[in-house]
Ligand binder design. Structure first.
Ligand SMILES: Cc1cc2nc3c(=O)[nH]c(=O)nc-3n(C[C@H](O)[C@H](O)[C@H](O)COP(=O)(O)OP(=O)(O)OC[C@H]3O[C@@H](n4cnc5c(N)ncnc54)[C@H](O)[C@@H]3O)c2cc1C
Length: 411
């Protein structure tokens, strides 16, 4: 028997491609993990912006299109800085900045030298200069990670920080627009909803999913997992729960590094139903400290406008709802997304305890080795959180299928 931990997009994608008996154990009472929607009052909300990126993955798009029709969106995202909406990425669009600032930034970028960077802080200063780092990258990334940027290794963002060549910087300085840059210039979202997509996607394996079945411990020698009421035996285990958590519940502690070596952010998503949509964009990055949120966006394909605000939580789960509503109103007003608070029809919050992995120095020394070691015990740890990496839903689908095929070949 192959056991799968988690009925998110990774667990379901793996299951659908296995050729032998399997069972998915899911702790929640619903499927889809973070890639689905939750209901609050009469509204369905995503867990923050969740769009499919198929760049360089046409085969994954074709595979998922069997289960849903996707609508294609041309990304329209902005940076809001110095009281202005500027097209993303800012480093390509210097023409929008005041002369004194943009001249200084241009000079620094044109004088940059090709140097290796030791950490994220150095990486942004080497590539973008001090001025642009202070204006955008440092405040934005500090809000987003809430972690010392000098302790984060560079080059782990896989293209989400596009680096312009000097020619493009000059062209952008002179007013050219670069809207096709980055890993997500186009993105896709189901014509219906993420929830509908999951209903279709899981249709043929529904009977092999046990909901409300949280795995509490794993015995890697006996190859068993324990839930509140059951013990299950496995030959292979596919895990999509966060690596940090699986390290906590493996009984044989000495075999693996401590979970405390792994760092992550927690995100508070505030979902808002608005009376009307006053601006048209998909999302906006907010570097400045006058905004407690790092990003605001609108969900696609909604009849009523629903926006979300994302904020990194420092001390995990706790937040004060009344203060948050106050901050939300101030932010939406400053961004001209509402004129007064009566335009907010409904407000709901969701905490994502593990949202972004932090690539600190421990990551390098712990994660790849741990994933390989787990395989020696028949455990394949996959997905953004299982593999403790920075991946998208389509990356996760792709690697889940590869894992299923590997296991098929081992039987
Ligand atoms: C704020 C935010 C925005 C994002 N935006 C995008 C985006 O725009 N595009 C994109 O492609 N990706 C995006 N992502 C990433 C995306 O959410 C992940 O790539 C994807 O959800 C990973 O799917 P998964 O199945 O691996 O993990 P999950 O969705 O986390 O599913 C894991 C499942 O395991 C279950 N589980 C956990 N512990 C146990 C246990 N002990 N026992 C049983 N079951 C358990 C969970 O309940 C869950 O259902 C975003 C992530 C965040 C946090």
């Amino acid at each position: 028997m192959i056991l799968i931990i988690g009925a998110g997009i990774s667990g379901i994608s793996a299951a659908k491609n296995l050729k032998k008996d399997f069972l998915i154990l899911e702790k929640e009472g619903y499927i889809g993990g973070l890639s689905t929607q939750y209901k609050s009052k009469q509204y369905f909300f995503d867990y923050g912006g969740h769009y499919f990126h198929f760049k360089d993955k046409p085969e994954t798009k074709e595979y998922l299109e069997k289960f849903t029709d996707f609508k294609k969106y041309k990304r329209n995202s902005k940076v809001y800085v110095l009281d202005k909406y500027i097209p993303f990425p800012l480093q390509f669009h210097l023409s929008y900045l005041p002369s004194r600032i943009k001249n200084e930034i241009l000079k620094e970028i044109l004088n940059r030298t090709e140097k290796q960077s030791d950490n994220l802080c150095e990486f942004i200063e080497i590539n973008f200069g001090k001025k642009l780092s202070e204006l955008f990258f440092k405040p934005f990334l500090s809000k987003y990670y809430c972690f010392d940027l000098k302790k984060i290794i560079s080059n782990m963002d896989k293209g989400s920080i596009p680096i312009p060549d000097k020619k493009s910087v000059i062209q952008g300085f002179n007013g050219k627009e670069f809207l096709e840059i980055g890993y997500n210039p186009n993105f896709y979202y189901p014509e219906t909803s993420l929830k509908e997509f999951f209903n279709n996607y899981s249709k043929d394996i529904k009977n092999n999913i046990m909901l409300n079945e949280e795995i509490l411990s794993i015995d890697i020698n006996k190859k068993t997992v324990k839930t509140k009421n059951n013990v299950f035996q496995y030959k292979f285990l596919i895990n999509s729960m966060p690596l940090k958590k699986i390290l906590q519940i493996i009984k044989q502690k000495n075999n693996f590094p401590s979970h405390t070596k792994l760092s992550n952010t927690s995100t508070l998503v505030t979902n808002i139903v608005l009376k009307k949509k006053r601006k048209n964009f998909h999302w906006v990055y907010l570097p400045e400290n006058k905004f407690p949120f790092y990003r605001v966006g609108f969900y696609p394909s909604k009849e009523i406008p629903v926006c979300y605000l994302e904020k990194t939580l420092i001390n995990k789960i706790k937040h004060n709802k009344a203060n948050l509503l106050k901050d939300t109103i101030i932010t939406l007003k400053k961004l001209n997304l509402i004129e007064n608070k009566n335009e907010i029809l409904y407000f709901d919050t969701k905490v994502i305890p593990i949202s972004y992995i932090i690539f600190d120095k421990n990551w390098k020394n712990v994660v790849p080795q741990t994933i390989e070691k787990l395989k020696k015990y028949g455990i394949f740890s996959i997905g953004r959180y299982g593999a403790w990496n920075y991946t998208s839903m389509s990356d996760d689908v792709k690697s889940a299928i590869i894992t299923a095929n590997t296991i098929n070949s081992l039987y």
